[in-house]
Design a protein. Sequence first.
Length: 133
Amino acid sequence: LSLLWLCFGLSCKKEEPEPKSCKDGTCCGSGKQEYEYKKTIAGEPADLLPDNLGNGIAYVAFQNDLRDKEGIYALKGALLCDLSANKVQQLKASATFSGPFTYKHRIWGHVYYLNILTTTGQPIYYIYITRIE
């Protein structure tokens, strides 16, 4: 019977721990900023948008309004964490900030809030992409 429990325990899929916030930028890689973990997304339809100079992907626009953990702000998109830039470096932008949006990609990853005071009071979000299709 104990062997059966051992086999059962080994075959169970364990959930990954929730990502942690960081005070030194190590969870996102965008400078020595403080980032607060907000949520994990899985398979969200999204478009990749270029930076202002056309040098690569800088922003991810979501098709659906994603609420942060507290349900306060709707996330329409997020800036790309430096640490996940390698996941999109071979991809081309699938939209521009003025549209049209096709939401041709599916994104998995972790959304972080950049803990700084902005002049508009609106939060700034970053995404660390773990997978993209």
